[in-house]
Design a protein around this ligand. Structure first.
Ligand code: MEV
Length: 451
């Protein structure tokens, strides 16, 4: 390991044994000495971000190993979302300046045009036991058919509570994957996990399946010695959930799209449609188009204590399900009606995991009136669609930079530690001028020039 010293020379860093056993202060002191000049400044900064409420800090310390401080991102809110006839305020945890503003604008726009409609299409989760079987496949099929009930029976204690809530294991299928890898098979399992995301539940079931599989194979009389030796490679849920889909939609008469920035709604609707069609056929554009959707989706997923990495991985796999990466959203104009919608896979929970542990995740869920997982899927999909609508509206009319840079202006002012008088003058000036990083810096320099 190498790090730069204050003199820009390369020095060899020390390695450290038992780092996780050190106290938080000791960890910080070691890091400060090892990587920062002057060390005290780094120590102070890290401590400035500790929460003064010791209980809250302890909670965060214990979320992960080796916590040294907290890394804040803002929790914002986008109000006025009319969804299935009811108004909601959507919490969003995100650092990008324009995202919450864009969501709020889109929410307001659609609130007077019928609002958002959201529907959960299905809620099936997936898990797999990946194993190696060297032998006669027809014997394995017979073995599986005769043992299937045992997989259910031996997970009964794990599934008991979930079954009480109406969930559980839906089905287990033996899959032959030997066309992909020699001797590779799966127990491909589907689950209903109700209001929990279900990762722990699914993984516990799968690990029990793996045990049952090995035990039962060992004593299966039709198997040869080699066939009895089933090798379980791993047992894990899949974050790809193409049968856990939610749809969000907006629609109105083309002429009703009219507003200050949309003087010609027909031309706007047609241009908007073209923008969506480009994302449908062109992967480079589709990725950025979907990134705009993820701005909304991730922000709500994060604010409600859900796993945004799982959601990201699953959604992008879904976007390429037909072999080419494409848009998650679609649009049409039929009989003078403009319709814009998206369908995304979302495995979310409103109980368990961080949702109950993180006080702000709990608060976000309360703001959403303690939704079921299905209702949360609807909020998240709507936030994604709203974000996508806002981005495409800007892109196809004013361009994105105008609004984005106006929101980003604050960040530049903070970077240059502008005082109140400077902020007032700069904001006034850039109301009527194009904001760019260099233009703002230039203006700050002019203001600060000695007269
Ligand atoms: C920026 O965070 C998101 C956009 O690039 C999305 C898009 O291009 O559709 C504006």
């Amino acid at each position: 390991m190498f790090a730069k010293t204050s003199h820009n020379q390369l020095k060899m860093n020390e390695t450290i044994a038992g780092f996780s056993k050190l106290s938080k202060e000791e960890k910080i002191n070691w890091l400060a000495k090892e990587y920062f000049t002057p060390p005290q400044k780094a120590v102070e900064l890290l401590k400035n971000y500790w929460n003064s409420n010791e209980k809250i800090q302890k909670l965060h310390d214990e979320f992960i190993e080796n916590t040294i401080s907290n890394f804040y991102i803002p929790l914002g809110v986008a109000p006025n979302f009319l969804i299935n006839g009811k108004f909601s305020s959507i919490p969003m945890a995100i650092e990008e300046s324009s995202v919450v503003a864009a969501a709020s604008k889109a929410a307001k726009f659609w609130s007077t045009r019928g609002g958002f409609k959201a529907t959960v299409i299905n809620t099936e989760k997936i898990g797999q036991v990946h194993f190696i079987f060297k032998g006669d496949e027809s014997k394995l099929e017979l073995f599986f058919a005769q043992t299937k009930a045992k997989f259910f029976a031996e997970t009964e204690s794990i599934t008991k509570n979930m079954r009480k809530r109406g969930g559980g294991i839906l089905d287990i299928i033996l899959k032959d994957k030997t066309n992909l890898l020699p001797n590779y098979f799966q127990l491909h399992t589907t689950f209903e996990t109700k209001d929990s995301m279900g990762a722990n539940f699914i993984n516990s079931c799968l690990e029990q399946f793996a045990k049952t599989l090995k035990q039962e194979a060992l004593v299966y009389e039709l198997f040869s010695e080699t066939e009895r030796d089933v090798e379980v490679v791993m047992s894990i849920l899949s974050n790809y959930v193409p049968n856990c889909i939610v749809r969000a939609e907006v629609s109105c008469l083309v002429e009703d799209l009219v507003e200050k920035h949309i003087p010609n709604p027909k031309a706007f609707a047609e241009r908007f449609l073209q923008a969506v069609q480009i994302a449908e056929v062109e992967p480079f554009r589709a990725v950025t188009h979907n990134k705009g959707i993820m701005n909304g989706i991730d922000a709500v997923v994060l604010a409600t204590g859900n796993d945004f990495r799982a959601v990201e991985a699953g959604i992008h796999a879904y976007a390429s399900r037909d072999g080419s990466y494409t848009s998650l959203s679609h649009a049409k104009i039929e009989n003078e009606i403009f319709t814009f919608w998206l369908e995304v896979p979302l495995a979310l929970g409103t109980v368990g995991g961080l949702t109950a542990l993180h006080p702000l995740a709990k608060l976000s869920l309360e703001m959403l009136e303690n939704p079921s997982a299905k209702e949360l899927m609807q909020f998240v999909a709507v936030a994604g669609l709203a974000q996508n609508f806002a981005a495409l509206r800007s892109l196809t009319t004013t361009g994105i930079q105008d609004g984005h840079m106006k929101m980003h202006l604050n960040n530049i002012l903070n970077q240059f530690e502008a005082n109140d008088d400077e902020r007032l003058l700069i904001r006034k000036y850039f109301k009527h001028h194009v904001v760019s990083h260099s233009a703002v810096v230039e203006y700050i320099e002019i203001l600060r020039r000695p007269i």
